[in-house]
Design a binder for this molecule. Structure first.
Ligand SMILES: [Zn+2]
Length: 318
């Protein structure tokens, strides 16, 4: 993927590109904010790869630094995110970042730090990070991602150049998909747009990957069988009893379907899923899927979780 493939958000892209082209315009810290699905992670990845890229139009995706970053083995890139099963970034992981940061770069001229879910830092972690942001080494570039700027310490966000991201909108995604995949049938296009929910990358994965399409079909089948009772749901979910990853994908797809149902209640695309599901019920299912996914990530038993999920899901339809 290139910068030009990242739809919309011209202001943020221009600022980041300027930093890549002109060392003097490069800032020590950027904060990308925006709702889930606005592409914060994608844009941050593009930017960080472009910083290290040796190709002609960075990020080329083909030079050694680009490849190492894609494989997450570049020694000068550090990614900080909540550890598995946790919601927040701990002070221990910020200490590990500190050890990384104050050693000179290994291979490149810079060191990049990506901080996902920056609003989810314990206050000890946030304060430890603040010290690094106050006195960053000259070669350091921080990229923080957060859904909501107001949940971050003001002292942290004020040290960053804040770049808010917005959804490019379904219309622009549709235009981009139509020019890239001119042979797609209208039905397939509509499904790709529903699946993507305004996110170009997700819509592309729908069109290009059969397993993505199959998984989405299964989620739609579960969703439209909501009112058929617990037994039906249990039977449809039984195939996931040995497939934790598959079940997590199902939960994510159900969340996407609920999202469409909540945001476009009454429109044609929403009624394609389940005419009888109100936005309130969809919001309940959304929350249930999120809780269930969280429990699974904390290593809850898969069989018990699925059984509990089927029961709670059929109760939402009543
Ligand atoms: Zn490259």
């Amino acid at each position: 993927m290139r910068f030009s493939d990242f739809l919309g958000n011209e202001a943020a892209k221009t600022v980041l590109l300027r930093g890549i082209e002109d060392e003097n315009a490069l800032r020590h810290a950027y904060l990308l904010t925006g709702a889930k699905g606005t592409g914060k992670r994608t844009l941050a990845d593009l930017f960080i790869r472009a910083l290290f890229c040796k190709g002609e139009t960075p990020p080329c995706g083909e030079c050694l630094p680009c490849k190492k970053i894609i494989r997450q083995i570049h020694p000068d890139v550090f990614v900080l995110r909540p550890s598995e099963g946790k919601d927040s970034i701990s002070v221990e992981s910020v200490r590990a970042l500190k050890e990384f940061l104050y050693l000179l770069p290994n291979e490149a001229e810079k060191k990049a730090v990506l901080i996902e879910n920056a609003e989810g830092m314990t206050s000890a972690a946030a304060n430890a990070l603040l010290k690094m942001l106050e006195e960053p080494p000259s070669y350091a570039v921080f990229v923080l991602l957060a859904e909501n700027r107001s949940l971050l310490l003001e002292t942290i966000s004020s040290r960053c150049l804040v770049l808010p991201l917005f959804e490019p909108g379904t219309k622009r995604v549709k235009e981009a998909l139509s020019s890239r995949y001119p042979d797609t049938s209208p039905e397939q296009m509509e499904q790709a747009l529903l699946y993507g929910g305004g996110n170009l990358g997700k819509s592309i994965s729908y069109l290009e990957q059969e397993e993505v399409r199959n998984a989405f079909e299964k989620a739609k089948a579960v969703f439209s069988g909501l009112d058929r009772g617990e037994f039906f749901l249990l039977r449809s979910l039984s195939e996931y009893e040995r497939d934790r990853e598959g079940f997590l994908v199902l939960l994510e797809d159900l969340i996407q379907i609920c999202d469409v149902q909540i945001q476009h209640s009454g429109t044609l695309s929403a009624s394609r899923f389940q005419a009888g599901v109100s936005p309130v019920t969809a919001a309940r299912i959304y929350a249930l899927c999120e809780q269930t996914a969280k429990r699974l990530r904390q290593n809850a038993s898969l069989g018990i979780t699925i059984a509990g999920f089927a029961g709670a899901l059929s109760a939402t339809a009543e």
